[in-house]
Design a protein around this ligand. Structure first.
Ligand code: SME
Length: 154
């Protein structure tokens, strides 16, 4: 499929179908990470970290084994959680404090999962390709995250 907007529309529909009947957040995180890992090209890790007391704790993911605990404010994921801002990093080696769970990761897209005004988790997507994530990717994945947030607050 050459049209990214169409691709993300389809992916949003697939996510909706996957989670609409299920209220368990962890189960939905597991299936969303599996779906994104399967459908996105050139990604080597997709998963969630949950905010538990002042730390991020590894949640459901697809890819190689990863760091389990990340302090809020540290690395790309910790910065996303602490600021509640999407981190779209073209070259993680230029990001001060980047945590290299897998040395082959070069680009990263991390989005906060915000429920009732609080960051409850982050969605982390890694790629071995520098500059893998465009603004269109960010917008497409953000729509999926917003759908997931609504399912949690519903
Ligand atoms: N690189 C991330 C850590 C998580 S792993 O990529 C799975 C970071 O700097 O926060």
């Amino acid at each position: 499929m050459d049209n990214k907007a169409e691709f993300y529309q389809e992916l949003l529909g697939q996510t909706k179908a996957l989670i609409h009947d299920e209220s368990d957040t962890i189960a939905n995180m597991a299936n969303i990470s599996a779906l994104l890992f399967e459908r996105l090209s050139s990604v080597n890790w997709v998963g969630f970290y949950r905010v538990i007391e002042e730390e991020l704790v590894l949640g459901p993911f697809q890819g190689k084994v990863a760091c389990i605990r990340i302090p809020l404010g540290r690395g790309v994921c910790g910065t996303c959680a602490a600021t509640a801002k999407v981190q779209r990093i073209a070259d993680v080696h230029q990001f001060s404090g980047h945590i290299a769970c897998d040395a082959s990761s070069n680009a990263e897209l991390v989005l906060p999962i915000v429920v009732a005004g609080k960051v409850i988790a982050v969605l982390d997507i890694d790629s071995t390709a520098f500059d893998r994530f465009s603004e269109e990717d960010e917008v497409g994945i953000k729509a999926i995250v917003e759908l997931f947030e609504r399912s949690i607050s519903a």
